[in-house]
Design a binder for this molecule. Structure first.
Ligand code: ADP
Ligand code: ZN
Length: 721
């Protein structure tokens, strides 16, 4: 009797046992089709002794339907899936689903039909057709993908196919990627870089687990240093995974990679077309894809033969996923490296305190690049005290910053203004009755976006056009914008410097890798004088002519008051400051603040990172906060306010009474309404040595909740809203 245990893709079901029919060959990791009632679902064959079993007698087992034409999920990835499910208290099926992230890939290779413009000019046209032809310039994709890009229906595109304006292209989804060459353009490394590179090469060649913290100031050439580790992996015929915090950064990376290795790496992110996903997934699984660069979801790709993992900008909080499976890609990357027996490099100019602590404890090997590459100096940082140097009424740029901007424009140099707030204004109200525009689904204000002429909720995406009259009192033309967003700062710059070419850079404007590439090209070519941007522009970019950075409001990040507020403010400002003076000319940074003597501002101004981190570390130690203590959050939500509150109270009432575990709450979450669901939170603080996951699992397993209640657990939370 050939009986196998399968993890099936239905989080409500446990593992199920099946019979392997004669003539079918499976092994642990095989991806199979399992009959379930009248349906068929995808499953993964698992080691029977690692999952709880079912009692079904052999004779009653149903046979597996088929094996999908893809390599079995490798054992290290199966161990990672188990670890994530256990550590983050997530259903194993939900974690495994992240590994099988292209359903098309599972069906095998083969070809896809895509379409592109033929270039023919239509004799007569409709507005819809004209719009499609304009927007599809240079695009290729399936009818459905092109319809989304063009903003027209499938039928309009079918019409274009019939009219000979769109042509079919057959795309082989298993065509190989060009192979990077380790020796394509070897750099001249500085002595410091050479030391780092040598360690990485040794570690890759040793092919065993080795976590590194690459701690190098902005512009020190961390990328060139870890590229040598990548070169070693390529030479050894092994695969590499590079994780970046945002898609927008991928573009710069692709270019630098191509300069060094002759061809671009394989990209993996949410903006890929389904045919690209399929191709990438399959070539990763077969071992053909050599170097993959991607956002955090790339972490669960089924590498056949991994040799190195790099997490660049490893301190970034966007590595933390806050919905679905709540995991931290930085930490999971280290675990994956452990299971795969390969080195992992966490690179940052402003490492997370947790990572520094691991280095201090000797768990990570720390490698320092303390100086900028090529003799460039770190920028001068000065503080503008907004209590003394006040901006004009209704303006946000103080006189010293205005003067500096004028000076740069006169010299033909670039400036960057940083404000971490999208849109024009964070709050809109009626001058007449005081009415404030709020999201109907969330406890949040609607943010005015003038470029796209809408009021939008940044939590759920709800948006409305700005009304001509106040919805409350009916007064016409009475809306006033309160506070600044990047669009408003851009307006202010245009008012002060009418000749300046200003670019607003946020997730609203850099909506795709192609847009990001366009921005980089324009900025590099000197076609932009002033960049006004959110955290999106704080990292990764290298514009040699950029010599001035202005931080519009350094106090903003400190307001939230969560435990990482000061650390995050330090990281953001140090990163954005690091964009200045990367070329021949020295850089200057002006930080606008009302709290010039706050420790984080003083540390930034004096460049004394060590003292700041030491003080933060002490504060964390005293608070029993990570990395010295452990935290978890339980988030309870329901569309029914009373139901959410009752469930949260029931959880609070059943809280374990243990000496080294403290439970705070339940309390309404700061974001007490989100996407139409009322939210309550509990926060758990425990000693490092406690088995927090086991305690929470046993605690919640005892309770039952009404259907409409969702209970989520966030281990090592970053968000406290
Ligand atoms: P970081 O990531 O540490 O901020 P980068 O890797 O962006 O720094 O390097 C800063 C700049 O210096 C980049 O333009 C990079 O191409 C250049 N650079 C760094 N190291 C070298 C090298 N060994 N040879 C040539 N250029 C280098
Ligand atoms: Zn909303």
């Amino acid at each position: 009797m050939n009986r196998v245990r399968c993890l099936v893709f239905n989080a409500a079901l446990g593992p199920l046992d099946y019979r392997v029919p004669d003539g079918m060959a499976v092994e642990p990791g095989s991806i199979v089709v399992c009959p379930l009632g009248p349906r068929q679902i995808v499953g993964i064959v698992w080691e029977a002794d690692r999952l709880p079993g079912t009692e079904v007698p052999d004779a009653k087992l149903r046979p597996l339907a088929s094996v999908l034409p893809v390599p079995p999920l490798p054992a290290p990835l199966r161990r990672l899936i188990e670890w994530c499910a256990d550590y983050y208290l997530a259903p194993m099926a939900a974690v495994a689903r992240m590994a099988l992230s292209s359903s098309a890939a599972l069906r095998g290779g083969g070809s896809v039909t895509e379409y592109r413009l033929t270039g023919a000019v239509p004799k007569r046209t409709t507005p819809q057709r004209a719009q499609a032809i304009e927007r599809l310039d240079g695009q290729q994709g399936t009818i459905r993908e092109l319809a989304a890009i063009a903003g027209v229906s499938d039928a309009v595109l079918r019409g274009l196919v019939n009219a000979g304006l769109l042509e079919a292209v057959i795309v082989d989804s298993d065509r190989p990627y060009p192979v990077p060459r380790a020796d394509f353009a070897e750099p001249q490394l500085s002595d410091q870089q050479q030391v780092a590179a040598t360690r990485f090469v040794e570690a890759v060649e040793a092919h065993s687990f080795a976590p590194f913290l690459l701690d190098g100031v902005t512009g020190s050439g961390k990328t060139e240093a870890y590229f040598e580790g990548i070169a070693a992996a390529i030479s050894a015929g092994r695969q590499v995974l590079v994780l970046l915090p945002e898609i927008a950064l991928t573009e710069t990376f692709l270019r630098r990679f191509e300069d060094r290795f002759g061809v671009p790496p394989v990209a993996w992110h949410s903006a890929l077309k389904s045919s690209e996903r399929r191709r990438a997934w399959r070539s990763v699984a077969s071992g053909v894809a050599s170097v993959v660069v991607g956002a955090r979801s790339a972490l669960f790709l089924p590498f056949a033969n991994l040799g190195l993992i790099v997490v660049d900008e490893a301190h970034e909080i966007s590595f933390k996923q806050d919905d679905g499976v709540r995991y931290n890609a930085r930490d999971v990357a280290v675990m994956r490296a452990m299971f795969e027996h390969v080195p992992v490099i966490l690179a940052s100019a402003t490492p997370a305190l947790e990572s520094l602590q691991m280095a201090e404890a000797g768990r990570y090997e720390k490698i320092d690049l303390p100086a900028r590459y090529g003799g460039a100096t770190l920028p001068d940082i000065a503080v503008v005290d907004l209590r003394e140097q006040q901006p004009e009424r209704g303006h946000w740029l103080a006189p010293p910053l205005v003067a500096a901007l004028k000076d740069r424009l006169a010299k033909g140099e670039q400036s960057l203004l940083f404000l971490n707030r999208r849109g024009y204004a964070p709050l809109t109200l009626c001058r007449h009755c005081g009415f404030r525009f709020q999201c109907p689904n969330c406890s949040a204000w609607l943010v005015e976006h003038r470029l796209s002429q809408r009021l939008a909720c940044h939590h759920c995406g709800h948006e409305v056009p700005p009304p001509a009259t106040c919805p409350e009192c009916g007064e016409p033309d009475c809306l006033v914008a309160c506070g600044p967003g990047v669009e408003r700062i851009a307006d202010e710059v245009s008012e002060i410097l009418p000749d300046a070419r200003v670019a607003v850079v946020t997730s609203d404007t850099l909506t795709s890798p192609a847009r990001a590439a366009e921005f980089v090209e324009q900025a590099s070519a000197g076609m932009i004088d002033v960049i006004v941007g959110t955290q999106l522009v704080t990292k990764g970019y290298h514009f040699p002519e950029l010599t001035l950075v202005g931080v519009v409001d350094a106090d903003m990040g400190l307001e939230g008051g969560d435990l990482r507020a000061a650390e995050r403010t330090y990281q953001q400002i140090a990163q954005v400051a690091g964009r200045a003076g990367r070329g021949q000319k020295p850089g200057e940074v002006l930080i606008q603040t009302r709290h010039p003597s706050a420790p984080v501002i003083e540390a930034l101004a004096s460049g004394d990172r060590d003292t700041f981190y030491a003080a933060e570390t002490e504060a964390r130690r005293e608070a029993g906060a990570p990395p010295f203590g452990r935290w978890a959050a339980i988030i309870v939500s329901s569309e029914d306010e009373a139901e959410a509150r009752d469930a949260a109270r029931a959880i609070g009432g059943a809280a374990p009474r243990l000496a080294d575990v403290m439970v705070l709450g339940p309390a309404p979450a700061p974001l007490s309404l989100l996407r139409g669901r009322y939210r309550y939170r509990l926060l758990i603080n425990a000693r490092r040595s406690t088995e927090l996951q086991r305690i929470i699992r046993e605690w919640l397993d005892e309770l039952n909740f009404p259907q409409g209640v969702r209970v989520g657990v966030d281990i090592d939370p970053y968000s406290f809203v």
